[in-house]
Structure formats: structure tokens, C-alpha cells
Unconditional design. Sequence first.
Length: 204
Amino acid sequence: MKIKQNYILTKESINMITAMFLGLFLGAIIGWTHSYIYYYSVDSKPTEQVIIIKDFFNEPLVTPLELPQPVIKPVKPPRYGFTDDEIYLMSVLLTGSKDVGGDGEFDIDFRKTIDYEQVYLVLCVVMNRVQSPKFPNTVSEVIWQQGQFSPMPQWKRKLPQPSENSIKVVTEWCKAYDSWDDSVQTIPKIHLYFHGDGIKNYSR
């Protein structure tokens, strides 16, 4: 005699079966999302299409933001590149000794105000000569060239001490000149000489 068995689905069994089918369903979905399909026409025939399977995860999810590249401007080298010794020598040429008045080409040490136009005139003539093929190409050689600047022969053996103010003014001019600041080029570049009485000079 066979005994008829009745199978009763309990709540736990239903939950287990549901979880099993849900797992199978999610597994199929996840497997499908590993690839995607797109179509494109072949041989210019819109009726013929080829299915291309591509790895989904090889495609970037977000297009990277393209930032503008910074524009790097080329840095100009110094127009000349003055050394401390050259700045000192130009200060001596301009104002001479800090203790003596009138012993430079344009002595600013004993004036109430500084006439920068006259200061720049002297310095510009020096640099115009440096840039000219008619003269030596260094500040030292130009200033010490025989028969050119009348204050210099007296200091061949030993240079005097120029004033701090003179060095400061010359340093500022040299920095501007090296920075290609045309505002300190107050005379034409072809002017290689100047004449005057030390109070008012003129370039030519």
C-alpha cells in the first residue's frame, strides 16, 4: 500500500525558491551587461548589419574632462646680464667718489634732485657702445677704453667708493635694461657719444 505524501510549501521554502530564481535572474542580467551590442552598416548597405560584441568594461563610463593646456611663454634672456663689478664701475663713471663733487660724468651726490634723463643718457651711451660693432662688447672694456671717458684715467690704480645712492640708481637702471624695458632707453641706439658741461649733456 502506497502512502500518499503531501508536500506543503512553508514560508521558508517559498523564500528559498524565490531567492534561487532571483539569483539566477540577476546572474543572467549581470552576465549580459558584461557585453553590449551595437550595429553599424557595412559596405554602405543600410540593409546589411553586423553585430559587434564589445567588452562593456573597456569603455570609459565618463568622458574625461579635457582641460586647456597652460600657455608657457618663452622667457627672454637678459639683454646684457650685468655683473656687480660692472654696476660698480658704471656708478664710478657716473658719479665718481662719494666724497668729491663733480668728478663723474654726471655727479648726483651733491644735487637736491636727480635728473634721471641725464643719468640715463650717460648709461645709455655706454650700452649703445657695447651693442655697437664699432666698440668693445663689454661694459668694462668700453668704460676703460683709452681716450673715451675723461674721469676714468685718474682711477686706473684704484677705484673710488661711489655713494650708495649712485649704486642704487645704476642698479635699478641695469635691471630695467636687462628686462627689455624700453623706457630706460632715453636716447637713440645709434647715439654713441655725448658732450656737455656735466650739468647738461647732449647725446649724438
